[in-house]
Write a protein that binds this ligand. Sequence first.
Ligand SMILES: C[S@@+](CC[C@H](N)C(=O)[O-])C[C@H]1O[C@@H](n2cnc3c(N)ncnc32)[C@H](O)[C@@H]1O
Length: 297
Amino acid sequence: MGDAPTEKGDASRYVGSPLFVGSDIIDEDFAAIRDILLAGRGFDLDGYKDRCIKRRIAARIRNLNCPSTASYIALLADNDAEQEELIEALTIHVSQFFRNPSTFRVLEESILPDLLRKSRGRSELRIWSVGCAGGEEPYSLALLCDELCTSRDQVSIIGTDISADILKKARTGLYEAHRLVEVPESALVQYFSLEDTKYRLNSHIRSKVRFFRHNILQDRRFSQIDLILCRNMLIYFSRQEQERILRSLAAALVPDGLLVLGRAETMVSDSRELFSCVDPTERIYRKRIDEPSPLDV
Ligand SMILES: C[S@@+](CC[C@H](N)C(=O)[O-])C[C@H]1O[C@@H](n2cnc3c(N)ncnc32)[C@H](O)[C@@H]1O
């Protein structure tokens, strides 16, 4: 470790101490922090891209005015609340309703109508927003479905995220105006009400999305999903983990189910064999229908 350990305790003790001014974390300290989060919260730092994670850990140490990385590690070891705070600091929840509007246009004009047509006669259409942050993405899908569905259609929308805090916010459905800039004026009037300076999504749309805390790197996956949106989350993971995540998303989809990635994301090497590209600009992929192996027949 970088520095001699100090006693354990809460963060306020460090106010007035000489500050940790580093911007990087040495490998041994990183490993110690990783082990604590893995044992305490089941959160594995190894899957994330090293550089940005280390910078954010350093920023957290500076924000707490900890004098050294070692003292921070001692603080973290026995402190569930700080472990949660660190996970919060490491995850970025930037989102917006109808983020990348052209993607939502394709969803509205072709993908969702098509899926709804196919789902008629089956029990329900199943949609999963992975890394859903404050709910902007699954609620955008719920708004589209509200417009497109007939009374006979059954749609189940699930939003999952690793952060318990952001899911709490998602359930309240209360948003600052800048999250809503892509919501058409008519929808703003129809579905939201102004509360002080924020906008509350109405309970009818909120009730259409179920939120669950879920770590995509380790928790049991959902199944029989028709459409998965996994946008602006893969970029935080190493290539190896991206591949593992894409495999598990493929396994969660029905045979010809669809996957939408973020605009800055793409299929990594081996996962290309699992999906064919439907729309290269909007990063929409279709799961390839499994060829039955001779053993399955
Ligand atoms: C930048 S937001 C993307 C929000 C939304 N999908 C969008 O494109 O606007 C990334 C989200 O991924 C979540 N996340 C990070 N690691 C995760 C993990 N291992 N499992 C599930 N969610 C995770 C973060 O908490 C964050 O809310």
